[in-house]
Ligand binder design. Structure first.
Ligand SMILES: *Cc1c(COP(=O)(O)O)cnc(C)c1O
Length: 366
């Protein structure tokens, strides 16, 4: 057996759980009158489900997409409401909701029929309205049927009314958000059930959409939900820091090429470093030359194409100790993940969720 302490590669993800807790209190400051359903789908956006849930235990509930993960959460002793964002797709799954006291988003007629045909008791549901996203939810004309059927069903305990915004992150998306908001308000006017609309972006941008339950995801993890503001400007701190080390350096001459396809060609002699981090770790392969990287605490950038296990960085301006073992931060503390996402043409959500299982996580409370 190999020594468990031996690491094959120096890459790791530090998960600072105290930052998760602090970001939760930032959500409370933005939405002081709402209850908070912390969204921990996709392994808590890549941060580790149970560790994240523990750090977020002051939330009023959890929202998640995977039934097996919800059951793990219950079995780990969390007594919060746990909402399955896609509900259930079979009567076998519905039975698990009863067994583990899970709440379900109900967005489709089939689900209503399964509930009406069941012997269920005490099921909490969130009825989802499609107000323009056109992903999940009852069309406005189907809503009275859904609400009426569930209100009168002995299977149901509490009903909450919900919808989801398509454009809350976009500074020019206010028109669309207002359309969705108006559609929702019109349909639900006169009903007394609690309501839930706002994701992270809407929590910050649209206080009029807070209502009884907000559903923050990305902001808990310290990335910005808004396209025009940084996480730091919003008072959010990164939870995950992916770091690695230089495992080689090269001195290259004018005209030398770097990496697969020789995408980068030196226009002057330069020193470069090779970092143990590649797309098999979850670093985006489409990140172009110039994507920011911290080397020994100083700002640098990638050079050439990202490989499976390695990437190259410019060491021209990195003076001290930029030799083998020199520390490198790919994203996190000191290097916002939003910048990497922007450079690679994606969003922080994708980078955080796509952290590869082979990258060891280290959890800390400080
Ligand atoms: C993922 C999700 C959220 C959280 O969205 P963020 O943009 O990460 O805050 C909220 N509501 C629903 C329905 C979701 O699927």
């Amino acid at each position: 057996m190999p020594d468990a302490k031996l690491k094959s590669r120096p890459i790791q993800a530090q998960i600072d759980l105290s930052k998760l807790e602090q970001n939760l209190s930032v959500v409370r400051r933005y939405a002081p009158n709402a209850r908070i359903m912390a969204v921990i789908k996709a392994n808590a956006y890549g941060h580790g489900l149970l560790h994240a849930a523990k750090a977020l235990q002051n939330a009023d509930g959890f929202a998640i997409s995977e039934l097996d993960a919800a059951i793990r959460l219950r079995n780990a002793g969390f007594h919060h409401p746990i909402l399955l964002l896609e509900g259930f797709i079979s009567t076998e799954e519905l039975a698990q909701f009863k067994k583990y006291q899970l709440s379900a988003v109900i967005h489709h007629k089939m689900q209503v029929e399964m509930i009406l045909a069941s012997q269920h008791k005490g099921l909490d549901v969130f009825i989802k309205l499609n107000t323009g996203m056109n992903r999940l939810g009852f069309a406005p004309e189907e809503f009275p049927y859904a609400l009426q059927s569930l209100t009168t069903s002995p299977a149901i305990n509490r009903i909450t009314l919900m919808t989801h915004f398509a454009d809350a992150d976009d500074p020019t998306g206010g028109g669309e958000v207002n359309k969705q908001l108006q559609c929702f308000n019109t349909l639900t006017a006169g009903f007394s059930q609690p309501r839930s609309l706002a994701n992270s972006a809407a929590i910050i941008r649209y206080p009029q959409a807070h209502h009884e339950w907000v559903r923050p995801g990305i902001m808990l993890y310290g990335a910005s939900p808004l396209t025009e503001k940084t996480a730091a400007e919003l008072g959010l701190q990164p939870v995950m820091t992916v770091s690695s080390k230089l495992i080689a350096t090269q001195n290259i001459k004018t005209g030398d090429r770097v990496g697969y396809g020789g995408l980068f060609q030196a226009t002057h002699p330069m020193r470069i470093g090779i970092v143990a981090c590649g797309y098999a770790d979850g670093y985006p392969r489409h990140a172009p030359t110039g994507t920011p990287v911290l080397v020994n605490g100083q700002q640098s950038h990638t050079i050439g194409r990202i490989s499976m296990d390695m990437l190259a960085v410019d060491l021209s301006h990195i003076e001290e100790n930029s030799e083998i073992n020199c520390p490198v931060v790919l994203w996190g503390k000191g290097q916002p993940v939003d910048e990497i996402a922007h450079s690679a043409g994606t969003v922080s959500y994708e980078l955080l969720c796509a952290l590869a299982p082979r990258v060891k996580k280290k959890f800390s409370d400080t």
